[in-house]
Ligand binder design. Structure first.
Ligand SMILES: [Zn+2]
Length: 437
């Protein structure tokens, strides 16, 4: 039985066994007591057709690869990114690491550099990284104000078409919510509706927030559009935009999908307030996406002061109420987050350490796989009979190994076939990023 998985990449057989796979039990329909199940998977014509305990009883004479307890995950789904800003750090760093510094740096970069070729190539660079790391679906927010916003959407639509055989791509607009009440904003809504995009925006705690939310839910309901908002990305306990969004969704009897990202201030509110807001979030059926890496980078940053607040929202309390909680990568090598590689394993690994998701791991692995996959409508994100064999095979055998080494040697299967997982070289973007030299 071959153990060298490189052979799988070279041969790409249409029927084969993956034997002695270690699968986190949360991904299996029949779950045992332990957090890891050791199983044999039979793959045929791109689908998983058989899952059996590894007990040496499968003697069928077909190609078999012994995974020797390597961990197998379903492919990732990255629910919240900003691919349009990505990979600009070297030309537009954040001078002081603050949220305000990030906003200004991106405004300047956009004014100076965002032309079709620049946006297309940086967006595609992010897609190449995501794909090689094992993502099957990505939702990006797009800076959507003004003519450049619409132009970025058109670049995204071209990429969505060019990558349709490899990735499910979704886009949401990023504007301040009052923008939708302007003629340009309404034109944007019509374009997004035609193209199947998602209504997004930043829900600021301003005096007109309720009015803006009323308008947003009205246009979403009329057109059957989904909503995906940035809320409360700050450490101010008085920032309760999440509560306002939940109240608006209930008021309008909105039955479509609402995702709220960040929700940082929820974790600095007192228990009475946060419990009340979490109850409303549950009633309104809102899903939450936390962006721990970006939040750690920006929140609680003050000059000459050591940060002590982690910036993440109350993920445990939300999950305990059966609210869907996802983690996502957010920004990547741009002024909002100076690091990252669109790698959802990195997101999961850091989230586990930042938010104590390991006692037990339980269902947290679903927060970067099954849960966002379901919200994006791509797959169940489970490892089940008849599901497409979109899988990631890591060299790690146990979770302590998985979350201690980077796993850049992972193997990614799409419909049962091994894909090329070589990451794009940073130098691909040199002529865009270092054009000022
Ligand atoms: Zn964001």
């Amino acid at each position: 039985m071959p153990t060298d998985l490189k052979e799988l990449y070279r041969v790409n057989p249409s029927v084969y066994y993956l034997r002695n796979a270690h699968i986190p039990s949360c991904f299996l329909e029949i779950q045992g007591q332990s957090e890891i199940s050791q199983v044999d998977l039979k793959i045929a014509k791109g689908k998983i057709v058989q899952i059996t305990p590894s007990n040496g009883e499968n003697t069928e004479d077909i190609i078999s690869y012994d995974l020797a307890k390597k961990l197998v995950f379903p492919c990732f789904a990255d629910l919240h990114t900003h691919l349009d800003r990505g990979h600009i750090w070297e030309r537009s760093p954040n001078p002081n690491g603050t949220f305000a510094g990030a906003i200004q740096a991106v405004i300047n970069d956009k004014k100076e550099h965002w032309r079709t070729d620049d946006v297309y190539r940086r967006l595609e660079f992010g897609l190449k990284c995501s794909y090689a790391h094992g993502s099957q679906a990505i939702r990006t927010h797009i800076d959507a104000t003004g003519p450049k916003g619409l132009a970025t959407f058109k670049v995204f639509e071209q990429l969505r078409q060019n990558w349709s055989d490899r990735l499910e791509l979704q886009a949401a607009s990023l504007v301040s919510l009052d923008y939708y009440q302007s003629p340009e904003g309404l034109a944007l809504v019509e374009h997004m509706n035609e193209q199947g995009h998602i209504l997004g925006g930043v829900a600021y705690m301003a005096g007109d927030l309720e009015e803006n939310l009323d308008f947003l839910f009205k246009i979403a309901k009329q057109r059957g559009m989904k909503i995906d908002l940035h809320v409360d990305e700050n450490g101010d306990p008085n920032s309760r935009a999440l509560e306002k969004v939940a109240l608006a969704a209930l008021k309008h009897d909105y039955l479509g999908q609402v995702v709220c990202g960040h929700c940082c201030s929820l974790s600095v509110q007192n228990t009475e307030t946060s419990t009340r807001i979490i109850e409303l979030v549950k009633q309104a059926g809102i899903s939450i996406v936390s962006l721990p890496m970006c939040n750690m980078f920006l929140q609680d940053r003050k000059e000459n002061t050591t940060p002590f607040w982690r910036g993440i929202t109350r993920v445990h309390e939300l999950q305990l109420q059966d609210i869907s909680v996802c983690f996502a990568s957010d920004n990547c090598r741009d002024p909002f987050y100076g690091y990252g590689d669109n790698d959802m394993l990195d997101v999961l690994s850091q989230s586990i350490k930042i938010a104590h998701l390991d006692k037990p791991y339980a269902n947290w692995f679903k927060s970067v796989t099954s849960t966002p996959s379901r919200l994006m409508g791509v797959s169940s994100g489970m490892i089940a009979i008849n599901s497409t064999a979109d899988l990631i095979i890591f060299s790690a055998r146990y979770f302590s190994e998985l979350f201690s080494r980077p796993q850049h040697d992972r193997l990614v299967l799409k419909s049962g076939k091994a894909i090329d997982t070589v990451l794009p070289s940073y130098s691909e973007l040199d002529d865009l990023i270092f054009s000022w030299i």
